[in-house]
Design a protein around this ligand. Structure first.
Ligand SMILES: Nc1ncnc2c1ncn2[C@@H]1O[C@H](COP(=O)(O)OP(=O)(O)OP(=O)(O)O)[C@@H](O)[C@H]1O
Ligand SMILES: [Mg+2]
Length: 245
């Protein structure tokens, strides 16, 4: 079943065509990767999908419903969860508090008030953050902040999870843990779109990859096909920073 479709989406920031006539669809249960050079428009696509910024043109359909004009919280209630490239916790709340907010406000049928604490603790156990539940975000390491970001998204009970550069700034061992976590989340039936620069992670997780460049889709296919494509090598993979990973 097609869970998401974006058709001919456009977003300009002044003279910058951040997203320029982009179309793709996502099947329920898959892990789709979006890769491309810095500034290609990947995070902007996530912002359009979750409703943080409106499209200038185009259409977004989720679970058969046109959500193009729907407010972000309503898209979240419908089952679109996301993480941010720069982690966005509530700094004045504990780790548990952050997850509880998502549990209460992130779904059309909120978790029963009497069960919020237990539910939030279960989500934290899933991402292996139980021992940090009473800490504040400022006390967390970078990998733990990423886990909190995932926990907050999971607490909203998404059907589609958008993960923006989860591996940035992590050591290879830390990447592996999050990689396994994403595999587990997907096995539970959650569809995933991930934006990622760490190619090893894209190779291990994604059945299909879309390559973006200048707001457009440069090509689409399995990992081997897109990474062997001359246009992708020229626009992206040839860059030193990517090869270094
Ligand atoms: N809110 C904004 N206001 C103005 N310009 C923006 C805004 N958001 C993104 N842009 C511009 O749109 C283009 C695409 O940005 P975007 O963040 O989507 O790229 P990206 O592919 O996620 O890059 P990266 O890999 O560096 O995260 C860039 O030129 C960026 O400077
Ligand atoms: Mg980005």
């Amino acid at each position: 079943m097609e869970i998401l479709k974006i058709e001919n989406a456009r977003k300009n920031f002044g003279g910058v065509k951040a997203v320029d006539g982009l179309s793709f669809s996502v099947q329920e249960g898959e892990i789709l990767g979006i890769i491309g050079p810095n500034g290609a428009g990947k995070s902007t696509v996530f912002n359009l999908l979750c409703g943080l910024i409106p499209v200038d043109a185009g259409r977004i359909v989720f679970l058969g419903e046109d959500i193009t004009l729907l407010a972000p919280h309503k898209r979240c209630h419908m089952g679109i969860g996301r993480t941010f490239q720069i982690c966005q916790p509530f700094k004045e709340l504990t780790v548990l508090g952050n997850v509880a907010v998502a549990a209460v406000f992130g779904h059309s049928k909120p978790v029963h008030p009497g069960k919020v604490k237990k539910y939030s603790e279960e989500v934290l156990a899933k991402v292996n953050l139980s021992s940090k539940k009473d800490l504040y975000p400022a006390q967390l390491t970078t990998p733990d902040l990423k886990l909190l970001e995932i926990a907050r998204a999971l607490a909203t009970r998404p059907r589609l999870l958008l993960l923006d550069e989860m591996m940035a700034g992590l050591l290879p061992g830390e990447c592996d843990k999050i990689l396994d976590l994403i595999k587990g989340i997907n096995r539970e039936g959650i569809t995933v779109i991930l934006v990622e620069h760490v190619m090893r992670v894209v190779r291990e997780l994604c059945q299909r990859v879309i390559v973006m460049n200048y707001g457009q889709k440069l090509c689409e296919g399995c990992y081997e096909d897109v990474t062997g494509d001359e246009r992708v090598i020229e626009a992206y993979l040839g860059q030193e920073e990517t090869v270094a990973q």
